[in-house]
Design a protein around this ligand. Sequence first.
Ligand SMILES: Cc1ncc(COP(=O)(O)O)c(C=O)c1O
Length: 417
Amino acid sequence: MTGFFRDRTTLTCDGVPIGSLARSAGTPLYVYSAAAIREAYRALDTAFASYPHTIHYALKANSTLAIVRLLQGLGSHADANSGGEIEVALRAGFTPEHIVFTGVGKTHDELVRAVGLGLKAINVESPGELDRIARIAADRGTRARVALRVNPDIDSQTHPYIATGLRESKFGVPIELAAGLFREMASRPSLHLAGIHLHLGSQIVTLDPLRRAAEALVGLARELCDAGIRLEYLDLGGGLGISYDEQPVPSAEDYAASVLPAVRGSGLAVVLEPGRRVVGAAGALVASVVDTKQFPGSRRFVVLDAGMSELIRPALYGAFHRIVPVEPCPGPLEPCDIVGPVCESSDVFGRDRLMPPLEPGDVVALLDAGAYGSAMASNYLRRPLPAEVLVDNGGWQYARRRQTMAEMLGPEEETSL
Ligand SMILES: Cc1ncc(COP(=O)(O)O)c(C=O)c1O
C-alpha cells in the first residue's frame, strides 16, 4: 500500500506517522509519498506500453524540485508552462530535447531562451507567436522545433476554470484553421514542424471528450500528411483526473484504451502531459487546528493554520478535498466548517464536514493536495510558503524548508521616499 493510509488509528504516509512529521517540520506542511508518485507514473507508462509514447510530466501541477527530480529519475520528460518551469526542469536534470514548452503569452525573453536551448518543441498558441518564433530562430540562424496547439472546441465536462478546449477559451488555434497555418509554417525555413498539440482541460473524469480530441488530432494529422506535411508526434496534453471524493474515476488503462485505437492508425508517436494524475493523490496538506468557535444558533468553525495561501483550490474553484484528523479524536461526529485563517470569506476548506470534536493543537490532513497545491501557494497576508517533505523508504527529507521572513523580504528594497 502506498500513499496516505491508517496504521491502526494513526494516519501515515507510506507508514510514516503524519503526526511525527508535523511535530518535526511544523505545520502547515505538504507531505508527499515518493512511492505513490512512482506508482502513478508507472501506471500511465505501462498503460501506453504497447504504443510509442513519451510522458512529459506537467510541472505546473507541482514544480517542487525534489518532485521534478524524482520524475526525471523515473524516465519522464517534462512539460514546462513558463520560463521559470523550464529552468526548474533543467535544474532537475532534464535535457532541452526532453522538454516541451506550453503557455499562452510566452514573452520574447522566454521564446529567445526556448529557441536557444533547442527544446523538443515550443507548443505554439497563435499565428503571431509562430511568427515571433520564426523570426527569433532566423535571427540566430537556427531552426525552432514547434508543435501547433489546436483548440478542438470540445467540452471536457470539467470545471469551467480548468476547461481549455472550448472555442471561448483563450487557448490554441481553432482546429479548422490549423491545416492552413501548417502549410504556411512549412514554408518557413527557420521552423521545424514536430507535432500537433492539444490540451482539453484538467480534472477530466469522462473519457469521451479525451477520445474525441484524440480522433480530431488524428484527422488533422491525416489531412496534413495528404498535403505532404509529415509530423513526428501527436501531443494529447494532460487532463486525466483523480478521485477527490472516493468515487471511481477512469484508470490509466481505461484512458489508454480510449485514445489509442484512434492514434494507432496515425502511425505517429504520442506525447502525454499528465500533471494531476501523477502527483495529485501523492500529496497531503497537513495543518493544525488553531481555534474553534460556535455561538448559539450558528455553525461550528474549526480554524486551521493553513488557508487559501497554502491551498487555493477550494477558494478558487470550490474544489473538494477530504479532510481527516491525523490521530483519533474520541467523541461524536458533528458538522463543522473547516476554514483557513485568511481574511477572505472564500477561505473555506469544507462546509458542514462531519468531524470529531477537534480542538486547538489537533492535526488534520487535507488529502489529494499534491497537484496545484504548493505550486499555487502564495505569500498573501505575508504568510511564509509552507515546508514540504518527501517520504521515501520509511524515512523523510525536506523538499523545501519553510520560508523565513528574511527570505520573503529579501528582494524588497529599503526605499528612501
Ligand atoms: C498545456 C498543459 N498540459 C498539461 C497540463 C496538466 O494537466 P493535468 O494536471 O490536468 O494533467 C496542463 C494543465 O492544465 C496544461 O495547461
